[in-house]
Design a binder for this molecule. Structure first.
Ligand code: UD1
Length: 418
């Protein structure tokens, strides 16, 4: 857990890189395998630490999980344990996605609440009220969320905000409910579409994936399936911003470019040349980027998970940029680390004003979450000397083979293990 990265700035990144499956998809798809007795196979899974963590969560519920490179096989028994109040769950926020499947399969779910999060408080009120609309009773009890239902019944539900996690839990509960559920103001993220595609291939009846209204006709049971995880648009976006920041030339494959439309458009405005292909894109940058403003919003808006990369490029751009965070309230801890690298940035509420400087100045910095960690590595690539990025276990949770990929693109980076 004490690994750090030593990054020498100055190299222009050049070459090709393939992204694997999306972290934010695979974890939910693994949880969705709880909905059907038998063996579900997921391919194109990323080799990141979160996948074995989710394996432990599912094994704690009675499943057998086999990870074979990028293939994950989950065998779900007829009788699942409904109690997910154990250490693996507490360590790991995304495990809350077992709430929906357990409530619909077992009529009862106990899911430990994860500890604090570096990017802001993440309440579960919309998860709970959605399940309650479907007929469950929910409460927080001894640090766990408890849901109980004799029977789930379809309902009309409107979310206050298009929460990704609440949309997923409502979907995975509604697929086995009696009757029709209509979910308005649903999240439209590509990972939600991926989940809907997998659920439909298991026999669910969901319409409207990728739109704000999901219509779910409950079925009596689902069957196991084989499903390929969609490419990780956040990892792909990280490569795109790395190309632009280092004035390099990177071709990324394994991702539908429409899932990254706005981040790529922003790079064009900053002066990059962007070409898109059926399942990939190329970003080239031959000069210092121009300043561009960013606002994070639910999909198809600019992803909050790429906000550190937006601040990173703004910090060395020609001019002033305003970056506005609309999804998570305290996601600006990253800015403190950028200040250590000499960035000229100031936070005002949920805005950060960044005046671009010619070059960042290397020092020691600390990752506070997955994306902030990757953002610091990109910043280190354009700093004047050797930057030490600490707490890189965060980065390992979301970026498969990050150091090796960077080295192949020409970056001067190595992992140091204490
Ligand atoms: C998921 C992603 C995360 C991404 C985020 C937004 C995973 C594992 N994580 O997180 O990488 O940054 O979507 O795209 O997929 N909220 C409430 N009440 C609720 C639920 C959410 O107030 O019941 C608030 C949250 O505090 C946050 C906002 O809604 O401010 C968005 O959260 P949500 O979309 O649910 O994000 P996650 O699913 O947690």
């Amino acid at each position: 857990m004490k690994d750090r990265f030593l990054v020498s700035g100055g190299a222009r990144l050049n070459g090709a890189v393939k992204v694997s499956g999306a972290k934010n998809s695979v974890l939910k798809l693994m949880a969705a395998a709880l909905l059907a007795e038998g063996t579900t196979t997921l391919t194109n899974c990323p080799e990141i630490l979160d996948v074995p963590l989710m394996q432990r969560v599912l094994e704690g519920l009675g499943c057998t999980v086999e990870i074979d490179g990028s293939t994950v096989r989950i065998t779900t028994p007829a009788d699942l344990k409904s109690d997910a109040d154990f250490e693996a769950v507490r360590q790991f926020r995304a495990s809350v996605c077992v709430l929906g499947p357990l409530t619909s399969r077992c009529g009862r779910a106990v899911v430990a609440l994860p500890g604090g999060d570096a990017i802001g408080s993440r309440p579960l009120d919309m998860h709970q009220s959605g399940l309650e609309r479907l007929g469950a009773r929910t409460r927080i009890h001894h640090g766990a969320v408890v849901a109980e239902a004799e029977e789930l019944r379809g309902a009309k539900i409107a979310l206050d905000f298009p929460s990704v996690g609440a949309t997923e839990n409502i979907l995975t509960a509604a697929v086995l409910a009696k009757g029709r559920t209509v979910l308005d103001n649903a999240a439209r993220e590509p990972e939600i579409t991926d989940l809907c595609d997998m659920l439909n291939s298991m026999g669910a009846q969901i319409e409207g994936a990728g739109t704000s209204t999901l219509t779910i006709d409950g079925v009596d049971e689902l069957h196991p399936t084989e499903h390929e995880v969609i490419g990780d648009r956040i990892v792909a976006g990280t490569w795109a911003y790395a190309a632009a920041m280092t004035q390099g030339d990177i071709t990324v494959s394994g991702i539908a470019p429409r899932n990254l439309h706005l981040p790529l458009e922003k790079l064009k405005v900053a002066g990059a040349t962007v070409e898109t292909y059926e399942s990939g894109f190329r970003v080239r940058m031959g000069r210092r980027p121009d300043a561009v403003d960013y606002q994070t919003l639910p999909f198809p808006g600019f992803p909050t998970d790429l906000q550190p990369m937006a601040i990173g490029i703004a910090s060395i751009a020609d001019g002033m940029s305003v970056i506005t965070e609309n999804v998570f309230e305290s996601r600006f801890r990253f800015v403190d680390e950028m200040l250590r690298l000499g960035a000229d940035a100031s936070v005002d509420g949920h805005h950060v004003v960044v005046r671009g400087i010619d070059q960042l100045s290397s020092t020691d910095v600390w990752s506070s979450d997955i994306r902030a960690g990757a953002g610091l590595v990109l910043a280190a690539l354009v700093a004047d000397d050797v930057t030490t990025v600490h707490d890189v276990h965060h980065i390992d949770r979301g970026y498969p083979h990050f150091v090796e990929n960077l080295q192949r693109l020409g970056a001067n980076i190595e992992r140091a293990t204490q």
